[in-house]
Design a protein around this ligand. Structure first.
Ligand SMILES: *Cc1c(COP(=O)(O)O)cnc(C)c1O
Length: 396
């Protein structure tokens, strides 16, 4: 089946409720406790040799259906749907480090809370954390050989400058040195690329973004290869950060239209990026379709043909913080919020949001200037997104 069909069908219509016909769409199962007609069956289910539901901290039918769907579209062995993207990142890293040295080598451009998790949550428990430019493969290889990390953590597309590391090469370096490669695939979605097919061990998502897609669910997904799935689930069975049945239902419902939404969002982002490139108020545009993109060769190899992602960033000519805030105030349709991946277009100002706690000097070094904003294209008419940006830029 093609991706467009898998998102519609995978996970549904597997389970029957006694006495009822099979529902075409997985219902919301709110029960926390499950019993069987024979206590012997319950014994086998609780002992785990037999698949089944017993208690909602271990698994829930709605949640499990969503996990089957994400396992299918990310080509994994198994999935865990969690209450937030960050809990997915935490469990993925803990599972990766279970039998490995407690050292994480992470990409130096990462989602802010992921840096917080590494530095403030894991480091105090003895995890050694180092950062590296993952687009410099020689440096990466040298660092991995010296450091011998248990896990390498990267994002498939970095924020907000949209750098793309060569996951295939990074996975090869990880495997040669006994490290697990964990990839946050939130920005790319499995429609653009599938890290497990490229050699990664574990994939994580903030399902809050493209997977759920409508700005009404907070959730996360861990998709693992065969080697790591059991560790992910054994941590989860104890800690219990499972995504609730209602949110699992909404996320499944969202994923059914992922292919339609993401394709439109990518096309919109591409059109807006091309239009902005010749806009007099714009100094520079960052978008993955740009032939001058520093990772253009990697993008050409890894991304699905014709798609370049749904996020673009741009610098407003001569704008300081007050000018950017005034520009944001003038937006009429685009939502000036902190998220991405929703049906509505969103505009984020890194200086006050994702990179708020980064020092000006560090920001400068990262190439994140005061006049840089990021747009996550929605599914609206491309012309309306351009028109809104244009009128807001007019007095910039
Ligand atoms: C939003 C986001 C997260 C965190 O997800 P939550 O659902 O907010 O916990 C992690 N990584 C990336 C790339 C994100 O955009």
């Amino acid at each position: 089946m093609k991706f467009e069909s898998e998102v519609v069908h995978a996970g549904d219509r597997k389970r029957q409720c006694a006495g009822l016909p099979i529902p075409a769409t997985t219902p919301i199962h709110l029960g926390t406790t499950f019993f069987y007609n024979s206590a012997e069956t319950l014994d086998r289910v609780l002992g785990n040799p037999e698949e089944g539901f017993s208690y909602a901290r271990y698994a829930n039918p709605t949640n499990t259906a969503l996990e089957e769907l994400t396992t299918c579209i990310e080509r994994g062995h198994g999935s865990l749907a969690t209450a937030s993207g960050m809990s997915a990142v935490q469990i993925a890293l803990q599972a990766a480090l279970t039998d490995r040295p407690h050292t994480v080598l992470a990409a130096h451009a990462l989602y802010g809370a992921t840096v917080g998790l590494l530095d403030n949550v894991l480091a105090p428990f003895g995890v050694d954390v180092k950062y590296v430019d993952i687009c410099d493969l020689n440096l990466l290889q040298e660092t991995v050989e010296k450091l011998r990390p248990g896990a390498i953590f990267i994002e498939s597309i970095s924020n907000p400058l949209l750098r793309v590391g060569d996951i295939q090469q990074i996975a090869a370096i990880a495997r040669e040195n006994g490290a697990a490669l964990v990839v946050d695939n939130t920005f790319a979605t499995p429609m653009l690329l599938r890290p497990l097919e490229l050699g990664a061990h574990i994939v994580v998502h903030s399902a809050t973004k493209y997977l759920a897609g409508h700005g009404d669910v907070l959730g996360g997904i861990v998709v693992s290869d065969e080697q790591h799935d059991a560790a992910v689930h054994s941590i989860s069975r104890i800690v219990g950060p499972l995504l609730g049945p209602f949110e699992s239902y909404l996320t499944m419902r969202g994923i059914k239209t992922l292919a339609l939404r993401y394709e439109r969002q990518c096309t919109n982002a591409h059109k807006v990026a091309q239009w902005l490139a010749s806009h007099p108020a714009i100094e520079r545009v960052y978008y993955c379709a740009d032939p001058q993109h520093p990772d253009a060769a990697t993008i050409g190899r890894l991304f699905a043909p014709g798609l370049f992602g749904a996020i673009l960033s741009f610098e407003i000519r001569g704008a300081g913080k007050e000018d950017v805030l005034a520009f944001m105030n003038r937006l009429k349709m685009i939502v000036p919020g902190t998220s991405l991946g929703d049906v509505h277009s969103l505009l984020l100002y890194p200086l006050i949001a994702s990179h708020r706690n980064v020092s000006p000097k560090m920001r400068e070094r990262m190439g994140i200037r005061e006049n840089l904003v990021r747009v996550a294209a929605g599914i609206e008419a491309a012309g309306d997104i351009m028109q809104d940006l244009d009128q807001a830029l007019k007095s910039a």
